[in-house]
Design a protein around this ligand. Structure first.
Ligand SMILES: [Zn+2]
Length: 84
């Protein structure tokens, strides 16, 4: 996704919801911000976090989707309910 945004008076920049969703970023997540020699700026998650809740703890990787054990447990509970 490509979009244009204005930097606020205090220097902050809000990442569009779709960009955050595509990048798996959640409020409170740390990001690495780096300037490039071509003038571009990259923003990357500073550490892996859960695709669903953003937790950085107790992570597992399922088919290249990072998910925490709490969310995995919640998903499994829903699967069990739908099988009843
Ligand atoms: Zn989670």
């Amino acid at each position: 996704m490509k979009t244009s945004k204005r930097i606020c008076k205090n220097g902050s920049l809000t990442l569009p919801k779709q960009v955050r969703a595509e990048a798996g970023l959640f409020p409170g997540n740390a990001v690495d911000v780096e300037t490039q020699s071509d003038g571009s700026i990259t923003i990357k998650p500073a550490a892996p976090c859960c695709h669903f809740c953003g937790s950085p703890e107790h992570l597992i990787n399922v088919e290249n989707i990072v998910i925490c054990k709490d969310c995995a447990t919640k998903i499994l509970a829903k699967v069990d309910v739908t099988n009843d």
